[in-house]
Design a protein around this ligand. Structure first.
Ligand code: G3I
Length: 380
């Protein structure tokens, strides 16, 4: 009898201590921020808007400083902003962006040197409006890349050198870069970026990278660049997700095939839309937009619990996948700080209310942030 009472006492003490530790550990998780949780796993980044770079969004900036250790310029380093007129560079915003990153000891990512979209019209035409020659376009790329990447030499960790050169089916996008220079514009861009800043990492970045056609073309493109001795350090998988696509399996297959190339993988523009797709594959091709109607904006007054839980499950499933490949994934960047900033509120349909990111419109962390942090805290 006596023994039994001792054993019972030990059992309840052990139970109490376990409960206390588990409560403490989850309380402990309460205080851990994203960058603290992932400090030994991969960089956790966010995209900064113009307002945030100008310091006009203090609440969002506080979220950035506490939760992220990598920053990407969402828009202000695109060629139409950096060189709106040939030979006239505007570094006002990009200087502030880089200074913010240095002042806060963050990894700084340049986005993007060569992209068919948001490129100024003058880039591809002569004074008569006709396409320029391959030589002239190459010279314009040289001037653009060496001036910008050269200015931030040694200060920017990595560049999205070429963005979105490949279509869903794996064919080359018929951009002006492609029409005038062929696929060789990609090699030229990477070689110029390396010349401008030999120590910067150089990435190819694209969306819908779980698509088999794009995956296969990216693999063959990277292999070709490697065979030509071109420095390419990583592949950026943008990560613009929906509730039902892409599948984890397809995404994982791309991670595996890109990792087999011996380059780093970055999830560069992660967000998760809950809104109904307006066509089969939303992708992220900014050129396609659609008419507004109430039916495709079902959550303007808030998310249903069911949809919220579905989104949270998708976010944790993808973060579990990223942690599984932490030896290959160097960075996961959210494409914005809070839901109000998300490009998906106005693309592919203007005026909708989406809930794509990890912090809400009041800059508060969503429930899912705790779940994401627990993925790594519980593993350690
Ligand atoms: O800055 C101007 C402002 O002066 C003007 O008053 C206003 C209204 O015309 O437009 C503002 O520029 C907008 C810019 O975002 C800054 O807000 C552009 O019109 C708008 O097209 C641009 O959208 C960006 C889009 O790329 C196109 O550049 C989105 O914010 C940005 O999230 C999105 O990001 C892209 C990545 O760079 C590449 N991968 C796909 C991803 C989503 O499209």
């Amino acid at each position: 009898m006596y023994k039994l009472s001792i054993m019972r006492k030990y059992f309840f003490t052990a139970m109490f201590l376990t409960l206390l530790i588990s409560c403490n550990s989850s309380d402990k998780n309460e205080d851990i921020t994203l960058k603290q949780a992932f400090k030994d796993i991969f960089y956790i980044g966010t995209a900064l808007s113009e307002e945030q770079i100008l310091g006009e969004d203090e609440a969002a900036i506080e979220v950035v400083k506490s939760n992220f250790n990598s920053i990407t310029a969402e828009n202000i380093m695109k060629s139409e902003v950096m060189q709106p007129i040939e030979g006239e560079f505007d570094f006002t915003l990009s200087d502030k962006f880089v200074e913010f990153g240095e002042q806060n000891d963050m990894q700084i990512i340049g986005h993007t040197l060569i992209w068919h979209s948001q490129a100024p019209d003058w880039f591809f035409v002569d004074e008569n409006g006709d396409d320029v020659s391959p030589e002239v376009l190459t010279q314009r790329m040289r001037s653009h890349i060496l001036t910008i990447a050269g200015r931030y030499k040694g200060r920017i960790h990595g560049w999205d050198v070429v963005n979105e050169a490949i279509e869903d089916d794996g064919s080359w996008r018929k951009s002006k870069f492609y029409e005038i220079l062929g696929e060789d514009f990609i090699r030229i861009a990477f070689e110029l970026a390396h010349e401008a800043d030999p120590d910067a990492e150089l990435y190819y970045n694209d969306y819908s990278m779980a698509n088999e056609g794009r995956r296969n073309r990216v693999v063959s493109m990277v292999k070709a660049l490697q065979e030509q001795g071109v420095k390419i350090d990583g592949i950026g998988m943008q990560g613009h997700l929906n509730l039902n696509s892409p599948s984890i399996e397809d995404y994982e297959k791309s991670i595996q095939e890109f990792a087999d190339l011996g380059v780093k993988i970055m999830i560069t523009e992660l967000d998760l839309s809950v809104l109904p797709s307006v066509r089969s594959n939303d992708g992220a091709n900014v050129k396609s937009t659609f008419e507004y109607n109430e039916k495709i904006n079902p959550y303007k007054d808030g998310l249903s619990k069911e949809v919220e839980e579905k989104q949270y499950q998708r976010y944790t499933d993808f973060f579990k996948l990223f942690v599984k490949y932490q030896d290959n994934i160097d960075r996961v960047t959210l494409w914005g700080v809070n839901d109000a900033q998300s490009w998906k509120n106005d693309w592919p349909v203007e005026g909708r209310t989406d809930y794509t990111l990890l912090f809400d419109r009041n800059n508060k962390p969503k429930e899912v942030v705790k779940d994401i942090i627990n993925i790594v805290s519980n593993n350690n």
